[in-house]
Design a protein around this ligand. Structure first.
Ligand code: HEM
Length: 407
């Protein structure tokens, strides 16, 4: 099957059997859904919504909930993976959601992120030097993963030397969230949650036992204080650390990598940005819109929802919203298919909206705003060498590797 080009093919679109060329350019398919089938019935009975207005409408609706214990129980079976994906803020509704999120919110405000600004700067300088020394390198593996993982480790209070271990197991916790994964992936997910909880429990215990703890040192210390105060359980704290660790690096690394890939393909935009760092703030927002590192979210309706095409979805409907598609909706964004590093206003929805809007958005902006302009100023002639291969993952837009030359 090739890119959709009419109404008949848009209705045959199957989120669970995506064609290989989908991952390189999801919008060649999503744009046809927006035009011809904006409330699309998936083969598993869920509904895919692709228009900006509907994506926003679902995020803002009090009748669109995130917790899905029955669906996840059926998919994952009993065990640590099920516990993880049914107990973190990401998959809890009010009042539990606020109880969990409020414990750590202050670490992700402008003031909270300022405590790791030094780590962001020092790693940026070291990574630029590393790229310069290497000349040819895999941008994803050797640069883009390092920065966010070092920064989130510093904020959480975990040793940076354990970054590879945390990443390796973290990915296995996330992967089972994809549609149609085999049992082996689910089994690996259960094991990964178990291994991570054992590791994190040691760190938490150290801080629970620490009499001088104020709770301001880092996130682990804050969680230890909250466990001692009884506002969260020990298990809440461990799963919180996993969700923050996972949210905190993969998406930012993908934004940097796919962002650079797109900039190298739209060379005029790369030249504009490398020649004028005052464009960095709008460029970062545009990369978020254009790349949409996290592409899909799920919600369960508890109230009727009237979609932009006039159809009404009944309570009980499982909805998948595509922010990747909303971010390319040309009823909202002029020349939506084009990257424009000076785009303003830019009301993209890459970080979500409503009560679950990304807690780490200020952290991501700080990292990318520090790193990307510095990288492009130092290496304005950066270019791709070899093929970039997209990971066949519908939720995350990501590359396996991005071979580049900076010399
Ligand atoms: C390019 C980077 C990032 C993107 C595109 C992104 C995207 C998103 C989106 C779309 C949501 C909303 C999910 C929903 O509505 O169900 C979300 C939530 C979340 N994000 Fe991010 N994120 C990024 C970086 C980060 C970072 C650096 C962290 C660090 C901790 C993080 C942690 C979280 C958490 C914990 C939630 C759940 C919030 C809640 O349920 O209240 N994210 N993110």
């Amino acid at each position: 099957m090739t890119a959709l080009d009419n109404q008949a093919t848009s209705t045959s679109f199957d989120l669970f059997r995506l064609p290989p060329d989908y991952y390189r350019d999801p919008d060649s398919y999503l744009s046809q859904l927006r035009a011809h089938d904006p409330v699309h019935a998936n083969s598993d009975g869920t509904v895919l919504m692709t228009r900006y207005a509907d994506v926003l409408g679902i995020w803002r609706s009090e009748g669109a909930l995130v917790d899905k214990p029955d669906q996840f129980a059926e998919k994952f079976g009993p065990g640590p993976l099920l516990e993880h994906h049914t107990t973190t803020m990401l998959f809890r509704d009010p009042p539990d959601h606020g109880r969990l999120r409020n414990v750590v919110t202050s670490f992700f405000t402008q003031e909270g992120v300022a405590r790791v600004q030094g780590t962001v700067h020092s790693h940026t300088i070291a990574l630029l030097d590393r790229a310069g020394d290497l000349g040819e390198l895999d941008f994803f593996q050797e640069i883009a993963m390092d920065l966010p993982i070092a920064v989130i480790c510093a904020l959480l209070g975990l040793p940076e030397s354990d970054a590879d271990f945390l990443h390796h197991h973290g990915v296995q916790v996330l992967f089972p969230l994809n549609p149609g994964v085999p049992q082996s992936v689910i089994d690996a997910g259960h094991d990964a949650v178990r291994v991570l909880c054992d590791y994190l429990d040691e760190h938490l215990t150290t801080w629970i036992d620490c009499s001088g703890r104020t709770g301001d040192e880092h996130v682990v210390a804050r969680l230890a204080s909250a466990v001692v105060a009884g506002s969260i359980t020990r298990s809440d704290a461990l799963h919180m650390l996993i969700v923050l660790m996972n949210g905190g690096h993969e998406t930012t690394a993908n934004l940097l990598t796919v962002g650079l890939y797109e900039l190298m393909r739209q060379r005029d935009q790369l030249a504009l940005l490398s020649g004028n760092s005052s464009l960095a703030p709008t460029a970062v927002e545009e990369l978020l819109r254009y790349v949409s590192p996290l592409q899909l979210q799920g919600r369960r309706l508890t109230q009727p929802f009237e979609a932009s095409d006039g159809s009404v979805l009944a309570p009980g409907t499982e909805v998948v919203i595509s922010q990747a598609s909303g971010n390319r909706d040309d009823t909202v964004f002029t020349d939506a298919h084009k990257m424009d590093v000076a785009r303003k206003p830019n009301r993209h929805v890459a970080f979500g909206r409503g009560i679950h809007a990304c807690i780490g958005q200020y952290l991501t902006r700080t990292e990318v705003l520090t790193f990307l302009p510095a990288f492009l100023q130092r290496f304005p002639d950066v270019h791709a060498v070899g093929n970039a291969e997209f990971v066949p993952n519908a939720r995350f837009r990501s590359l396996r590797s991005l071979p580049i030359s900076v010399s």
